[in-house]
Design a binder for this molecule. Structure first.
Ligand SMILES: C[S@@+](CC[C@H](N)C(=O)[O-])C[C@H]1O[C@@H](n2cnc3c(N)ncnc32)[C@H](O)[C@@H]1O
Length: 288
């Protein structure tokens, strides 16, 4: 990849990024991913871009930006850079009230009204913990309901590197404590002393893909029963959040549930969806 670039060493230019150049970088990132970098996060953007420029031998922000913006050749480098410019922090069972809403209420109610399969989407899955958590909850919740009940989860992220980590599904032992004991005992196996992975019956339920949320309309996902979109929209402009939520709402099957992180959007509603009142959750259900 580095060989395709044309390094220009200019350490003085690399020392700082003026506000005009910062604006150009912010604009490119928002246009391509929807992610907005606020002025106070300039140091983060500058250090991430600078670190990548050092790796590939660029000494000038402008030249590197031009390279990234070039159709074709720039796309490969962009794929690497976007991983550095996005935040991938996550945990197993990160927002436990959302998982409890599914376990205690949504799943039993849907099963009572004749649900025969569940297709879920974890949007912005980072390194996969949200998707694995959901797989454990669904597997447990569907036990005892007969082998005809199937479920599958699509987990996606704009970062190819995050998707690769999620697919590998190997996590350090210290993170075991994020998983409630019941699920840990049933669904986790050690990989040597220092790492663990979900067991095969959980792993086979999740398919990973690189999907840019702002192009999600082009992804072959529809008639979904569950959509987890948590800690993703916060990086987008307010107006864009509403557009994206309208798009996600249209992908839900009747009875399907959209779970957002509390506080991630204010005052949004959709004519086909009802707000589900559950403690500490922000969830909307498609009307039957
Ligand atoms: C903070 S993580 C959230 C992970 C998980 N959903 C959770 O709640 O723990 C945000 C993820 O959103 C992804 N992301 C940012 N912009 C995106 C976009 N346009 N399309 C898809 N994923 C995006 C990032 O790459 C990152 O992995």
């Amino acid at each position: 990849m580095a060989a395709a670039l044309q390094p220009q060493h200019d350490p003085l230019a690399l020392a700082g990024m003026d506000d005009v150049m910062f604006g150009r970088w912010v604009g490119l990132l928002e246009q391509r991913t929807g992610v907005v970098v606020a002025p106070q996060r300039k140091p983060f953007l500058v250090s991430a871009v600078r670190a990548r420029m050092r790796e590939v031998g660029y000494g000038n922000f402008n030249q590197y930006l031009e390279h990234i913006s070039t159709p074709g050749a720039g796309a490969v480098e962009w794929a690497t850079l976007v991983d550095r410019l996005t935040v991938h922090e996550t945990r197993f069972f990160r927002h436990s009230p959302s998982f409890e809403l599914i376990r205690q209420r949504w799943l039993p109610e849907r099963l009572a009204s004749g649900l025969t399969s569940v297709h879920a989407w974890s949007v912005g899955c980072a390194s996969g913990e949200e998707a694995w958590s959901l797989a454990m909850v669904l597997h447990q919740g569907l036990l005892g309901h007969g082998s005809k009940l199937q479920f599958g989860i699509t987990a996606s992220d704009v970062s190819a590197a995050a998707v690769a980590t999620a697919r590998a599904a190997v996590y350090p032992r210290a993170r075991l404590e994020e998983i409630p004991p019941l699920y840990r005992a049933e669904y986790i196996e050690m990989q040597g002393e220092a790492a663990f992975t979900p067991i095969a019956s959980i792993r086979k339920r999740v398919a990973f893909a690189r999907v840019n949320l702002i192009e999600a309309a082009a992804a072959p996902l529809q008639r979904l029963n569950l959509i987890f979109c948590q800690n993703v929209l916060i990086y987008f402009a307010r107006e864009r959040r509403r557009e994206l939520l309208d798009g996600l709402a249209g992908l839900l099957e009747p009875g399907g549930l959209l779970l957002i992180g509390p506080g991630e959007v204010n005052g949004w509603s959709h004519p086909g969806l009802t707000r589900v009142i559950g403690q500490g959750t922000l969830a909307y259900q498609r009307r039957d």
